[in-house]
Design a protein around this ligand. Structure first.
Ligand code: NAD
Length: 477
C-alpha cells in the first residue's frame, strides 16, 4: 500500500479510499495508491508554503544546487530499483525503464549546476537612475504528470522548478505513481527539507482538478493530453495563475530521396516503437519523397516484421500498452483503417510468453493513409506508423504542417540548404535534422506550438519559465 508523500512523511489520504495498481504486462493488481481529494491537496500546498517561507527561500542557489546534486547521486545509486518499479507500473522494457531512471539523475545533475547561474540584468535608463531585474521563483509550483514517462517528466519539470527556487506539489498520473513516491523518499534522504517536494496521488478529475484550482498554487506545469490541458488552462485562468502546457503531437518524419537510409530507418523505427508508441514526440507520420516511397516502405516493412512485443521483464522491443482503454483506443483506429481499405505493409509479433490478460499491441506500418484521415490527424498513442508520399518540398511542408499539432519533426536529407529551409518552414517546437533525438536531451529546450502546447521545459530555458521577472528602478540623484 502506497501513501501520499507530504512534508517528508508517508500519509494516507483523508478519505481512506485507494486505487488499485495494475501491472500492464499481465493485467494483475499488485499494489494500491491513495485516492486523494482536495483535502489532501490542501495539506500538501500548506506544507509546501511553510517550507518556502521558513527554509527554502533562505537557501542560496549554491545550497539548493548541492541538494539537487545529492538527489541526482541517490537516483543514480538506486537506478536499477527505480527502473524495476517503473517496469512493473508502466510496462516498460527494462532498458527503457533504466534509461528513464538515468535521465532523471541527469536532469537533477543539470539543474543542480544551474541553480547559482540564474540572474537578472542591469538596464541603462535615465540619468540618476539604476535599473535592475531579479528573477524570482513563482513560489509553490504544481506539477501534473502523465503516465508515459513519469521519471523523465518529473525530472525536467520538478528539477527546473526547484532549481529556480520554487517548492513543488506533484500530482502524478493515477496509472503511474510508484517511482515518483520512491524518488520523494530519496529526496528526503538526500536532505531536502520537509515540504520542498510533495506528492499527492489520485484521479485527475478529483485531486488534479483540486491542484489546478488551489489558490495556494502559484504556477502550474501540465504534461498530458490536449483535452485535459484545456481544462487546466481554464481552471487556472479563473485566478490568473500562469500555466505551461506540454501536450500531444502528431510529429512527421520527412524523408527526401537523398536521405541516408541506414541512419534514418533505425531512428524512424525507434521514434514510433519506443515506449510502445506512447510518446508525445513519437514520429507517427512518415512523409516520403514519391521516388523513394516503395523502396523505403519495403526496408521499413522488414524491420517492422522483426519487432517483438512481450512482457516488460523480457526486455523486448516493445512492452504492453498502459491499460485496456488505451489498447481499445488503438484498436478503434486500426478498425477505422481497415474499414477505409488502408493497407497494412507489415507488423511485428506478440511473443507466445505474453499473457492474454496483458495489454499488448503489435506495431503496425500502414501505407497510403489519406492526409485528412483521422489516422494522420489524431494522436493514436500506440505503435502505429502512417506513411504517405509527397511530390516535392512544397508538398512535404504542406503535409507536415497539416495537423493541429506542432511538437517535433524529423527531416532526412543530405542537402544543406534544404535542411535549413525545411527547419524554418515546419511549424514545430523541435526540428531534428538527420537524427530524431539522441540521449536524454536534458540540455535541449522542449515544447510545442499550436495544440501541442506552450511554454518550454528542459534545458536552461526551463528555468526562465519557473521564475517571474521583477524590475527594480532606483533614483539616486
Ligand atoms: P491525461 O491528460 O489524461 O492525464 C495527464 C495528467 O492529468 C494525469 O496526471 C491525470 O490524472 C491528470 N488529469 C486528468 N484530468 C484532469 C483534470 N480534469 N484536472 C486536472 N488533472 C487532470 O494524459 P495521459 O493519458 O496521462 O498522457 C498522455 C498524453 O500526454 C498524450 O496526449 C501525450 O502526447 C501527452 N504527453 C505530452 C508530453 C509533452 O511533453 N508534450 C509528454 C508526455 C505526454
Amino acid at each position: 500500500m502506497q501513501h501520499n508523500y507530504i512534508a517528508n512523511a508517508s500519509i494516507p489520504s483523508h478519505s481512506g479510499k485507494t486505487i488499485a495498481v495494475v501491472d500492464p504486462s499481465d493485467g494483475q493488481v499488485f499494489d494500491e495508491i491513495q485516492r486523494s481529494t482536495a483535502h489532501d491537496m490542501d495539506a500538501a500546498v500548506r506544507s509546501a508554503r511553510h517550507c518556502l517561507e521558513r527554509v527554502w527561500s533562505r537557501l542560496s542557489g549554491a545550497e539548493r544546487g548541492r541538494l539537487l546534486m545529492r538527489l541526482s547521486g541517490k537516483v543514480t545509486e538506486h537506478a536499477r530499483e527505480l527502473a524495476l518499479i517503473e517496469q512493473r507500473d508502466c510496462g516498460k522494457p527494462t532498458r527503457q525503464a533504466l534509461a528513464d531512471a538515468l535521465a532523471l539523475a541527469r536532469y537533477f545533475e543539470f539543474y543542480a549546476g544551474a541553480c547559482d547561474k540564474l540572474h537578472g540584468q542591469t538596464i541603462p535608463y535615465l540619468d540618476g537612475y539604476s535599473v535592475l531585474t531579479w528573477r524570482e521563483p513563482h513560489g509553490v509550483t504544481g506539477h501534473i504528470i502523465p503516465w508515459n514517462y513519469p521519471m523523465q517528466i518529473f525530472g525536467r519539470s520538478v528539477g527546473a522548478a526547484l532549481a529556480a527556487g520554487n517548492v513543488c506539489v506533484v500530482k502524478p498520473s493515477e496509472d503511474a505513481c510508484l517511482s515518483l513516491l520512491r524518488v520523494a523518499e530519496l529526496a528526503a534522504e538526500a536532505g531536502f527539507p520537509a515540504g520542498a517536494l510533495n506528492i499527492v496521488t489520485g484521479y485527475g478529475h478529483e485531486v488534479g482538478d483540486a491542484l489546478a484550482r488551489h489558490a495556494g498554487i502559484d504556477h502550474i506545469s501540465f504534461t498530458g493530453s490536449s483535452r485535459t490541458g484545456t481544462l487546466i488552462a481554464q481552471a487556472a485562468a479563473e485566478r490568473h495563475c500562469p500555466v505551461a502546457l506540454e501536450l500531444g503531437g502528431k510529429s512527421p518524419q520527412i524523408v527526401f530521396a537523398d536521405a541516408d537510409l541506414d541512419a534514418a530507418i533505425p531512428a524512424i523505427l525507434s521514434g514510433i516503437v519506443q515506449n510502445a508508441g506512447q510518446t508525445c514526440s513519437a514520429g507517427s507520420r512518415l512523409l516520403v519523397a514519391k521516388e523513394l516511397y516503395p523502396a523505403l516502405l519495403a526496408r521499413l516493412g522488414e524491420a517492422f516484421e522483426n519487432l517483438r512485443v512481450g512482457p516488460a521483464a523480457m526486455d523486448l522491443d516493445l512492452g504492453p500498452l498502459i491499460r485496456p482503454s488505451q489498447q481499445q483506443r488503438v484498436w478503434d483506429f486500426l478498425s477505422d483503417a481497415h474499414a477505409a481499405g488502408i493497407p497494412v505493409v507489415a507488423q511485428g509479433l506478440i511473443v507466445d510468453e505474453a499473457p492474454d490478460s496483458g495489454f499488448y499491441q503489435a506495431p503496425m506500418l500502414l501505407a497510403d493513409v489519406p492526409a485528412d484521415h483521422r489516422l494522420t490527424q489524431e494522436e493514436i498513442f500506440g505503435p502505429v506508423l502512417c506513411a504517405l508520399p509527397f511530390h516535392d518540398e512544397d508538398e512535404a511542408v504542406l503535409l507536415a504542417n497539416d495537423t493541429r499539432f506542432g511538437l517535433a519533426a524529423g527531416i532526412w536529407t543530405a542537402d544543406g540548404a534544404r535542411q535549413f529551409r525545411m527547419a524554418r518552414r515546419v511549424k514545430s517546437g523541435q526540428v531534428f535534422i538527420n537524427n530524431y533525438g539522441a540521449g536524454s536531451g536534458v540540455e535541449l529546450p522542449f515544447g510545442g506550438v499550436k495544440s501541442s502546447g506552450y511554454g518550454r521545459e528542459k534545458g536552461f530555458e526551463a528555468l526562465y519559465g519557473f521564475t517571474t521577472l521583477k524590475t527594480v528602478a532606483l533614483r539616486h540623484g
